[in-house]
Design a protein around this ligand. Structure first.
Ligand SMILES: [Zn+2]
Length: 102
């Protein structure tokens, strides 16, 4: 029962896989909009992005949210999500870009 594989998710920004604790989950609501899933447990179609702004921006640039979540992503959605992501990253302490181990 407890011998489950680690939960690996694919980041839609860079395409690399990652343990699910290292990614931010986005979910499509029943209304067809995209929200940051802070609990990681919301129902609905989900997509995962590394907890970095780089991967978030890459996912936006490549229109990955629209295809992964089959939702329309407007400019307003992008700015709302970006603000939410920044908040989440601040909480996680990963907002500061790290260059190596310094
Ligand atoms: Zn990534």
């Amino acid at each position: 029962m407890s011998a489950r594989k680690p939960s690996i998710r694919t980041c839609i920004g860079c395409g690399r896989t990652e343990d699910k604790r290292e990614v931010v989950r986005f979910v499509r609501t029943p209304e067809g909009t995209i929200e940051v899933d802070r609990s990681g447990k919301a129902n609905g179609r989900g997509a995962y992005v590394h907890a970095t702004l780089e991967c978030f921006e890459a996912a936006i640039r490549k229109h990955r949210f629209a295809s992964a979540l089959r939702a329309n992503v407007t400019e307003d959605d992008v700015s709302r999500l970006r603000a939410d992501v920044e908040q989440v990253l601040e909480t996680k302490g990963t907002l500061v870009h790290k260059d190596g181990d310094a």
